[in-house]
Design a protein around this ligand. Structure first.
Ligand SMILES: *Cc1c(COP(=O)(O)O)cnc(C)c1O
Length: 398
């Protein structure tokens, strides 16, 4: 086999991972979504409309910025930052929210449902709903509502209803459960807008397609800038959408190494991190078979990370497949290293990154002594750090 499998099979599997593990009541809605998306994917008008929105509304293409001072700091690497932090609403999540909102309108839906942890996906979905005149309800763990108050205020200003979830650990995983539960009772009028490459088929495929614009642009930009392909791609992995969005366009370029960086929390023992690809075992969560942080009874383990966007016990099935086939390598970085990397990028380049992509910066710093000088690296800068400024100040002092 010369080319890798980049489309799931007819049952929605990437190798052994993926599928549709959902209650019967949702199967109909998934089939409807699958048919609608299969049609939209082939429709030039849908693609044109999506790209027009990405360009004129979200601010694409994003720059591929040659971070010379950072590269020098890392011993003479050529580090290019893919600047998703410059997008409308401050992160890559808007790419996916716009794509799914457009699809929802095509299906005649009047309402968007979303789950959110840090609130970034909630804000992106509320934004897209406002843009298309759809109503919007965002499920959010009660603990997260407290921790991420700024984004709650933003969602409400955008006209969304933010519904607190009081079950379980009152965080993202529980918000997902509640969103699915709500969808079951409202499938005729509502589209469930999932925020990452997770969930049952066809979500991992369609979210990846909407995010793959990141890598398509980066590939074109690096060829224009350097005349060759990069040696290394590196991005943070929560559910995995910004990373797969960057990797996808290079999937068949064997010379391009891919590294996904997970949240190592305060240490790599159970309950203290969110490094699913590194420490997880196969299992079913939120409708798909993938790697999963679980105890020996199969119960989902609590997770911890300073980066709310990475704080999730599951991961997209395509990443599990990348790991299995060794197309990508997965590593983890601790909270402390990520915090220090925020400050490093702010002070060497004048860019304050979100805590999530700071994990990728920290790992690159760690790896740099083992890389040849002039190695060409593209780093996915998935979001800006404004939302984390308070956390950084508390931990780094001043
Ligand atoms: C949500 C988020 C992530 C993690 O989600 P993925 O689906 O893994 O990309 C990473 N970075 C930022 C800035 C986010 O908001």
């Amino acid at each position: 086999m010369s080319r890798r499998q980049t489309l799931p099979d007819s049952t929605g599997h990437f190798g052994p991972f993926g599928g549709k593990f959902v209650p019967e009541t949702v199967m109909g809605a998934l089939s409807e979504l699958e048919r609608a998306y299969a049609k939209a994917r082939q429709d030039p008008e849908f693609r044109r409309e999506f790209h027009r929105l990405l360009q004129n509304y979200a601010g694409r293409p994003t720059p591929l910025y040659d971070a010379k001072r950072l590269g020098k700091q890392f011993g003479g690497l050529c580090v290019y930052l893919k600047r998703e932090d410059l997008l409308h609403t401050g992160a890559h999540k808007i790419n996916n929210a716009l794509g799914q909102a457009l699809l929802a309108v095509r299906m005649g839906k009047k309402r968007l449902i979303a789950e959110t942890g840090a609130g970034q996906h909630g804000v992106a979905t509320a934004t897209a709903a406002a843009l298309f005149g759809l109503s919007c309800e965002v499920f959010m763990g009660e603990d997260d509502i407290e921790r991420q108050n700024l984004n709650v205020v933003r969602m409400r200003l955008l006209g969304a209803r933010v519904s607190p979830v009081r079950t379980g650990t009152r965080t993202l995983k529980d918000a997902c459960n509640e969103a699915i539960r709500n969808w079951v009772t409202t499938v005729r009028t509502s589209h469930y807008c999932i925020g990452s490459v997770v969930g049952p088929h066809p979500y991992p495929l369609l979210v990846r397609d909407f995010q793959s614009v990141i890598g398509q642009e980066a590939r074109r930009q690096i060829l224009q800038e350097t005349g060759r392909l990069p040696d290394l791609l590196i991005a943070c992995v929560g559910g995995g959408s910004n990373a797969i969005g960057l990797f996808h366009a290079f999937a068949n370029d064997r010379s391009v190494r891919c590294i996904g960086v997970e949240a190592g929390g305060n240490r790599l023992s159970p309950g203290h991190h969110a490094a699913t690809l590194l420490k997880g075992r196969p299992g079913v969560l939120h409708g798909s078979y993938s790697l999963l942080l679980q105890d020996r009874y199969g119960q989902v383990l609590p997770t911890a990370s300073i980066a709310a966007g990475l704080d999730y016990p599951g991961v997209g099935p395509e990443h599990a497949y990348y790991k299995l086939t060794r197309r990508a390598q997965y590593v983890a970085v601790t909270d402390r290293k990520a915090l220090e990397a925020c400050r490093l990028l702010a002070r060497t380049e004048g860019i304050l990154p979100a805590l999530e992509p700071a994990h990728a910066i920290a790992y690159l710093e760690n790896l740099a002594p083992r890389l040849k000088r002039r190695t060409v690296v593209i780093l996915g800068l998935s979001g800006r750090g404004d939302k984390d400024a308070q956390t950084m100040a508390e931990h780094l002092g001043g």
